[in-house]
Design a protein around this ligand. Sequence first.
Ligand code: NAX
Length: 327
Amino acid sequence: SNGILTVCVSGAAGQIAYSLLPLIARGDVFGRDQPIELHLLDIKPALDALHGVVMELHDCAFPLVRNIVETDDPMVAFQHADVTILGGSFPRRPGMERRDLIAKNVNIFKAQGQALDRVASKNVKVVVVGNPSNTNALVLSHYAPSIPKQNITALTRLDQNRAVGQIAMRTGVNADQVEGVAIWGNHSATQYPDVTHATVNGEPVMPKLGGRQAVAEEFIPCIQKRGAAILKARGLSSAMSAASAIGDHLKSWILGDSKIVSMAVASDGSYDVKPGVYFSFPVRCSAGGDYEIVQGIEMDEFSRKYVSATTEELFAERQEALELCAV
Ligand code: NAX
């Protein structure tokens, strides 16, 4: 276009956006020389709060920010969007069944998918953050048939970063000395944070974490339940770390990355995960927005058990969502 990147954030009055917007506006995600137009979407009751966020963005006087749009209309927000970050969703309330949660979110991601299909750039890159994020991505894609499925992703980089952070802390190294951690499956408690091929300074991590049994009983549940632990401690869900992970996800995807990273993408039969769900895989990103699922990773019985559990959960979510889409 005119050299300005149009970045849309939904849930823009929320707490993740509050940590994310300065990263984007400062140039930490798309580059220090990439001018940005921000399209900020939230629902009507949050528009006053959103306006406060916009006032603060003006007060930051970020040179890269060329224009800011604030709206409660997805058709306005997604207009010419090059990148779309979808954090607005219906939160799980205590006692809510998964089916009810999916039902609330099907309506949101149906409307957003239809709008995206009509007004966004056909090459738009989407990252779904609002939970249940993998299935919300599926619903979005279902209602945005003109947007290539590969252009829609869901965030599991936070789970990857959590696993890397824990390994670094537990083994006493810097985070950049940890490699080969992968997140498989759903962004939920069934996710599989896979350390069977992970290394610290080139040495296998598994023994350093106490071996298979300790990994199964301690490390994996720690990552799977990390979100709940943050919520309990802060009284609010993860926001700074989520924003940081969204920045990492987009930077890897759009600018390319020499390291393998995890993101939830449309399944294509790799690793026996049938097409039809958004599933977190290790991927290799090349500059310009292309990525491929890394092939040939050896999967032992230990790993297979976890991968099949999270696959089963995602197909159950898919079925519930598609039944709701059909009515
Ligand atoms: P907040 O509740 O602070 O903000 C959400 C914002 O979305 C609110 O301003 C709300 O008004 C808005 N919203 C609701 N429905 C909307 C709609 N239909 N269109 C546009 N905006 C809408 O939540 P926050 O802490 O920012 O988290 C956002 C989402 O990220 C939640 O669904 C949360 O569960 C999810 N998370 C996902 C993570 C991931 O790794 N995939 C990790 C962090 C986070 O828990």
